[in-house]
Design a protein. Sequence first.
Length: 163
Amino acid sequence: MDKPVPHVRDDLYYLKSVIFLVEDNLFKVPKQYFQKNSRIFSNIFSDDHTAEGSSDEKPILLYSIQKVDFERLLAVMYPICGLGPATLGRSEWESTLKLSTLWELRDLRTLAIQNLSKIEMREVDQITLGMEYRVADWLVKGYTKLAQRDNTISEDEGDILGL
């Protein structure tokens, strides 16, 4: 009887999954992107024998993350069913920027900044988003536009800017 030949798992296309719990929803997604592109997740996954994220009973708990933000990030990471970067609007890109900044996903952060830069924003939005997510270009543009415009800062804008 012939001895079975051992199969070799492909390095690129033998995908391992990870399970996240966000709010009350379980998400099972390929682990590689998180592990390869985020120092934070790379550290979490450094021990291949960890049970965290391996099953529905032991998901990685993302307590402070909103489901909608996580879904939007995944739509950029794993575009399926016609949902992906080309179909996203401002709120989706802001969610992507929020989580990619938090988890140090540099390429997704750059992509979110590029796409948000193409969307028309009020000066105060450029300033607040620029401060929150450390985007110097938005800060400069927002303050410049604010200083150059004819009308004064409204009470609402002053509140947003903390004046």
